[in-house]
Unconditional design. Structure first.
Length: 835
């Protein structure tokens, strides 16, 4: 599969423009924004072109599956340029045994590794779409083929598919799950334009159509972004398939390590029976029963759902038919005895237990009873929206009392809706519409639990798991590369990878999802760091749900690119943080869409070739004070670039309403920040360990990638020297023509003056001189052409140097930098201290 030169140029131009606009106020950082096509067929090789920011010196692509490998696309040597490779093109080979699914790709660059981008693998043949913005140019879509395309602004892509009467196909447009900005919309119509169906957001933000052809013929598909936006950042994968499609599975979970019987509901199921009359919307579903071993294995496939859904213990499973695999379905792992719902009646349940039920109809209210002991806490959790997006369960707990006449009465004690919170805040949104609570019974007795879908909806597919147990408190951790923007009112969200310039720092943000009433502090640290990089442990305080780790490097570090782990410990409990990323940097979260998702690995890069523009060096990284004392922290400033304006240095990471700060002149070499560790209006300190950093905010006079200027200068000088040598060859060839012409003229003159007897011999001399003259003319013409090519090569080299100089020109950039972490031990006030 190849990409046209026009499409390739469009991809590069769009990515460079968007990358420049998003990064204009920050230090340049590598970002893999596009890879096109964004997938390949197992067992095949596909040429892809990548786009984004700071990718011109990319050295390779790293995939999360070891069966996906790449090599650079070579370029042949010319008389003026050595053999090399294309800067942004790669040949990606997918091994035959790579299972269909979504994986990740990271670009390795001069500045470090990028944040990941999704890359899909299918078992179907793959094509790249052509220009098809009208029904007349509609492109044929073979059944069970993947079309890789991208939406264009204010345009609709048209396709046609040939179907037989009664043939049932599933039409999917994958966009959100491959990190696209596209809000995909699809429709199907007759060849005459009569629309049968359209869809937008059936599978998250991605559409799906279930279509049965009413007659033989061609049918017209329309694909577009819902807002008619478009560009290379709006890729999609269109699939028209008769492979099985799974809508839901019942039960939604089973014991880990067991082999269970499950009923699959979906379309095009092998031997499926539609006799149950279950519908989703207007579509009747088929069902089959299967046995599935619930043996969890480390899955290489990316979890493309929401983060909370992906954290539910379980496994991904697909149904296979004649070598064609269905879409993935998630099956949970249950830890407690499973109880099946008795629909339509209040149900008594034991503790611990897991009840499998559903919001079967609109307004469905399910009720359960359980017995509990006073003061013995129970963790009550409903998993519904994490099974199928759209549910919003809410629960209430009632105390049941019975009077002397046996009449029951109920008193509502507590309830919950949308538990889990949003520890990622606005910059790393984590959404969970499920409910849970830690219930401590006020007395022995019988309690009633009522559960309802707050949306008022309901269908056979709206399954839920109700789990009640006296389980031990626990937690999960998430981590992502972080950028603490200085502008307090900014609505931008930035996508980052962790990159440390020589002597500099980078941030990792860690989020805790506390479960079962877990409230303790968590010690956070980083494992797998290279030599010269350190990260002091940080305590995530009890009751808090996020903390920042600061990784810093010495000025003697070496270049390094690899993967690290963030781990948390709380008592004997140790958890490894799951890496996360966001799909896109955006300028305004109120009007633009991005999403957070899990990632496979946490990349870290150390760039020794480029110094940090600004380094804040605290005099010490550890202090001790007594509660109520003021602490002066001296620091030095080291600069590798000039500043424009003042430098504001403040405290970052303490719960100040107004963090202490100091403003320094641009030529200052250091300063002091004072912090009062007491009960003040800005900061209510308590005895214990406090960790924070010093954050500097300023504008730097930044020059970028000076080494590329040196390389471009050397290349231009080499080409100029070759041009001079070629010029000399051209001049010598002209001299050779003159000599050959003179020799020919003398031979002709001698022939004309010779006797008849001698002319035969002299004629041979004239012929020979003519041949030499023609050869000299041909050589001179070739030398002239070579000189033109040399001039063109010199022009190209000069333009490359000009671009390098333009990039390296001094620019004013807003810059935020953090010092390494500072730890302060606050001692309690002595009892005999004067009041």
């Amino acid at each position: 599969m190849t990409i046209s030169n026009t499409r390739r140029r469009n991809i590069l131009t769009s990515c460079l423009l968007v990358g420049a606009s998003l990064a204009k106020a920050q230090l340049p950082h590598p970002d893999l924004q596009t890879i096109f096509p964004q997938g390949g067929q197992a067992g095949q090789t596909v040429e892809v072109v990548i786009g984004g920011s700071e990718l011109e010196e990319t050295t390779g692509l790293l995939f999360s599956h070891p069966g996906i490998k790449c090599e650079q696309v070579p370029t042949k040597a010319t008389e003026f340029t050595p053999a090399g490779h294309k800067a942004l093109n790669y040949l990606v080979s997918v091994a035959p045994d790579v299972a269909p699914g979504v994986y990740e790709v990271i670009a390795a660059t001069r500045l470090g590794m990028t944040a990941p981008r999704a890359f899909a693998v299918s078992s179907f043949p793959e094509k790249v779409h052509q220009v098809n913005h009208s029904p007349e140019t509609a492109e044929e879509v073979p059944i069970n083929t993947v079309i890789n395309g991208h939406a264009d602004a204010a345009a609709v892509d048209h396709y046609k598919v040939s179907l037989k009467q009664g043939q049932r196909v599933i039409i999917r447009c994958e966009a959100e799950i491959i990190d696209s900005r596209m809000d995909a919309t699809i429709s199907i119509a007759s060849s005459g334009g009569h629309e049968y169906k359209s869809d937008r957001d059936t599978s998250g933000r991605d559409p799906l159509l279930d279509f049965t052809a009413p007659e033989d013929g061609h049918y017209l598909l329309r694909v577009y972004d819902f807002t008619y936006a478009g560009g290379v950042h709006y890729p999609y994968r269109l699939i028209v398939t008769d492979a099985p499609h799974i809508d839901f599975i019942d039960p939604p979970a089973g014991p880990h390590g067991s082999t269970g019987k499950f009923k699959i509901y979906g379309r095009n199921l092998p031997g499926g029976s539609p006799g149950e009359g279950i519908r989703l919307g207007h579509e009747e579903l088929e069902s089959i029963e299967v046995e599935i071993p619930l043996n969890h294995e480390d899955a290489l496939e990316l979890e493309t759902g929401g983060i909370y859904s992906s954290l539910v213990p379980g496994m991904t499973w697909r149904l296979e038919l004649n070598g064609r695999r269905s879409n993935p379905i998630r099956i949970g792992f249950s830890r407690f005895p499973v109880i099946e719902e008795n629909e339509g009646q209040e149900q008594a349940i034991q503790i611990p237990s897991e009840t499998h039920a559903r919001f079967d109809s609109k307004g469905d209210l399910d009720q359960y009873r359980f017995e509990a002991k006073e003061g013995q806490p129970l963790w009550i959790e409903c998993i519904a929206s994490r099974i199928r997006a759209g549910s919003d369960p809410v629960l209430w707990i009632d105390r049941v009392t019975v009077d002397a006449e046996g009449i029951e009465s109920f008193k509502e004690i507590t309830g919950n809706d949308d538990s889990g919170g949003n520890p990622g805040g606005l910059n790393f949104p984590l959404q969970n519409h499920d409910c849970s609570l830690l219930f401590t019974p006020p007395s022995d007795g019988i309690y009633r639990l009522r559960i309802h879908d707050y949306t008022g909806g309901g269908s056979p597919a709206d399954l839920y798991r109700l789990i009640i147990h006296p389980g031990a408190p626990d937690y999960d951790l998430l981590t992502t590369a972080w950028y603490a923007a200085p502008e307090k009112a900014t609505k931008a969200i930035s996508r980052y990878s962790a990159v440390i310039r020589r002597g500099g720092t980078t941030l990792l943000r860690v989020f805790a999802i506390r479960r079962n009433g877990f409230k303790n502090s968590i010690s956070l640290s980083v494992e797998g760091l290279p030599n010269g990089i350190e990260c002091p442990p940080v305590i995530l305080p009890a009751g808090k749900d996020s903390a920042t780790l600061v990784l810093y490097g010495t000025e003697e570090v070496d270049n390094w690119q690899g993967f690290v782990r963030v781990v948390g410990t709380a008592g004997d409990t140790r958890r490894t943080a799951r890496p996360g990323t966001i799909s896109w940097s955006i300028g305004n979260r109120d009007t633009e869409f991005t999403r957070s998702r899990l990632s496979c690995q946490l990349p870290l890069s150390v760039t020794a070739d480029e110094p940090a523009p600004l380094i804040i060096q605290p005099a010490s990284d550890r202090y001790e004070v007594t509660l109520g004392e003021k602490l002066e922290i001296p620091f030095k400033i080291k600069k590798s670039m000039g500043l424009k304006g003042d430098l504001l240095v403040g405290v970052h990471g303490l719960p100040h309403t107004k963090p202490p700060s100091v403003k320094l002149k641009q030529d200052a070499g250091g300063g002091n920040v004072a912090i009062t560790f007491g009960d003040t209006a800005e900061f209510k300190a308590t005895p214990g360990l406090w960790t924070f950093s010093l954050r500097g905010e300023t504008t730097i006079k930044h020059r970028h990638n000076l080494s590329s200027v040196e390389r471009a200068q050397a290349e231009e000088a080499r080409i100029i020297q070759l041009e001079k040598e070629t010029q000399k060859e051209a001049e010598e060839s002209k001299t050779a023509i003159a000599r050959a012409q003179q020799a020919l003229q003398e031979a002709e003159k001698n022939r004309a003056a010779a006797s008849v007897e001698a002319r035969e011999t002299l004629e041979k001399s004239v012929v020979a001189k003519k041949l030499l003259f023609e050869e000299a003319r041909k050589f001179a013409a070739a030398a002239d052409e070579k000189l033109k090519r040399a001039a063109a090569a010199r022009q190209t080299a000069s333009e490359r140097l000009k671009r390098a100089n333009d990039i390296a020109k001094e620019k004013d950039r807003k810059h935020t930098i953090h010092s390494k972490l500072i730890t302060v031990l606050v001692h309690p006030t002595p009892k005999d201290a004067p009041k």
